[in-house]
Design a protein around this ligand. Structure first.
Ligand code: MTE
Ligand code: MO
Length: 223
């Protein structure tokens, strides 16, 4: 086992992983991630929080602030996000620790659309993301943020995003491992250099591409 992976697992242990409470995730946990893969249907997610709580935020109270190197800093409500053009994605969700969930449905606003709305200023290079849990953070380069399958998600698994899954709004970075998909998204800051996020400080790659991801060649705006 590589040094990087070992540190990652230590980080996970220290973080106190909270597992999903559905029957199937219990079964999946008992059988191990390999067999959980082949169980039909259901929600096979394991629920993670590096903080010791799940921030409970109503759609009504939710705010997303976008600031930093932008022309028009803004604070968006849940309704603001819902009023923007919506995209749908159906993908396999993959945690770097090995579990995966096939055919997960996501809906939300392209991150690129939000960036167009606020306008980027010269010198902008990367995005830093903050969570309402006040612990986890994430980062993307501007190029990654413009990929068409990187979204600010308002729906997941066919409904509103539940509190345990990071609702009402989480990031969904489809071409990368699950840790990039920050839950309880509170703020996006446009910055002049990549600020490696929480998991990256424990050894996960800053560029968490899924194996076989075509995203390095995916043009912004393409389906
Ligand atoms: N705020 C926050 N976001 C997070 C995490 C976390 O602990 N806190 N864990 C990450 C990891 S490692 C994975 S695999 C996914 C898991 O998503 P889920 O908890 O909805 O299953 O969330 C990611 N986003
Ligand atoms: Mo993960």
């Amino acid at each position: 086992m590589g040094r990087r992976v070992f540190f990652g697992m230590v980080a996970l242990g220290a973080a106190g992983v909270v597992f999903g409470s559905t029957v199937q995730s219990r079964v999946g946990r008992a059988l191990g991630p390999g067999l959980a893969d082949v169980l039909p249907g259901g929600n096979l997610f394991q629920i993670y929080s590096v903080s010791d709580t799940f921030p409970a935020i109503s759609q009504h109270a939710y705010r997303l602030s976008v600031s930093g190197l932008v022309e028009r800093p803004a604070t968006f409500t849940f309704a603001d996000l819902e009023a923007m053009p919506q995209v749908r994605l159906v993908r396999t969700f993959q945690c770097v620790t090995g579990w995966r969930v096939p055919d997960v449905h996501w809906e939300g606003v392209r991150l690129s659309h939000l960036l167009e709305t606020v306008g980027l200023r010269p010198g902008s290079v990367a995005l830093a993301f903050d969570s309402y849990d006040r612990v986890d953070t994430e980062s993307l380069t501007l190029e990654q943020a413009h990929l068409s399958d990187v979204i600010v998600a308002t729906r997941m698994l066919g409904g509103p995003i539940t509190t345990e899954h990071g609702g009402p709004v989480r990031l969904y970075v489809a071409p990368m491992f699950g840790y990039k998909s920050l839950k309880w998204l509170s703020a996006i800051r446009v910055v002049d250099a990549v600020e490696p996020g929480y998991w990256e400080q424990y050894g996960y790659p800053v560029n968490g591409w899924l194996e076989g991801s075509t995203s390095t060649t995916l043009a912004p705006g393409s389906a």
